[in-house]
Design a binder for this molecule. Sequence first.
Ligand code: DQA
Length: 141
Amino acid sequence: MMKIAIINGPNLNLLGVREPAIYGNTAFDGFFAGLQEKYAGVAELTYFQSNHEGALIDHMQSIGFDYDGIVLNAGAYTHTSVAIADCISAICTPVIEVHISNVHSRESFRHHSMISAVCKGVIAGFGLDSYRLAIEALISR
Ligand code: DQA
């Protein structure tokens, strides 16, 4: 069975509460339980969230030589973090960058990603379904 990790960065612990017009009304925990059920028998899904750049890096290093895929929503660190980009380059596990919102239809500072170039691909703008689409991409690789 494949091992796939979903990793959420800063402020994504507030999904369901945070700016619902942009990020929706659904809390991540229930959504994640649904994904686990959907992919039972195909992929073992784990979930990690942190508001701290170093904690995200520590976690990616700890699974990144073992897991088959990482679905990463780095939140605002997407636009700023050389350290997360370096971590993605350092590990062996393929990483897919995801965003709930269409970052290209938002403020210009969200148009640039520090991590896209070192990720396998990017999925943005499909709401929480962006995570499922990334899992599908990892499974069908
Ligand atoms: C986000 C987009 C980022 O620009 C923002 O900082 C986030 C969430 C998204 O999922 O749409 O925190 O990654």
